[in-house]
Structure formats: structure tokens, C-alpha cells
Design a protein around this ligand. Sequence first.
Ligand SMILES: [Fe+2]
Length: 144
Amino acid sequence: MINQSGYLATQIEVVGTQHKKLFKLVNELTESYHKNGTSEKLVDDTLRQLVTYADKYFLEEEELMLRSKIDPGHVNVHRMEHRSFIYDVNNMLTYSSNQEDLSALTEKLVGFITSWLTHHILATDRIMEEHIFAIQHGASSEKA
Ligand SMILES: [Fe+2]
């Protein structure tokens, strides 16, 4: 049976794997775009996959934060970032159809998603990992 500390260590690894999957989706869009040009279907399919996957993964991450009992202030801000990403990508889905310049739209999407993920993973997710690590090593929620 896995103990709480082992569980958290495993979950941190899972977070790393999920990040790779998110970038893989964006890379697939970029590659396909450079190879075959873009299409409404490509943009639509990628955004739908991204929002489905990100939503599921963000919920797992939020559950991990609650289970780890890290600072609720961090959890709230972190959750807000997740929700605003899902909101933005859903809006892109709604407004991406009937765009005249699909190439410009695709480039914009790739730019937005890549910079959001990079910022979130390097800043917010890293802070979360540090909090969890500190708690694993005996810090209280307030000090973590
Ligand atoms: Fe996150």
C-alpha cells in the first residue's frame, strides 16, 4: 500500500507527464499546420481535445493540492488560472469558425496556448510543487 508521501511523489510525476501531453497536443497542431496548412477542422479538433484534456488534468491537479493541504491562498489563485484558461479556450472554440484568415488564427492560438502553458508550468505549477515538497518534508501549510 502506498503511503501519503509516496502518493504525493507519484502525483508530482503524473503532473510532469500531463504537461508533456499538453505540449504534445500543441506540437501536433503546429506540425500539421506547417505540413498541410490549416483548416477549421484542425483548429476545432485541437481546441476540443485541449479543453477536454486540460479540464480533466486541472481537476486532478486541484484534487492533489487539496489532498496535500497546501496554502488555500495558492490553491485559489491556481484554480483561477486553470478556470480562466478553460474559459479562454472555450471562447476560441466559439469564435474560431468563419474566420477569414485561418492561418493567422492558427498562429495566434499556438502562440497563446504555448505561452500560457509555459508560464503556468514554470511559475504556478512549480510553486505548487515546492509547497507540496515542503509539506512532505514537515512544513506547515502556512510556511509551505
Ligand atoms: Fe496547474
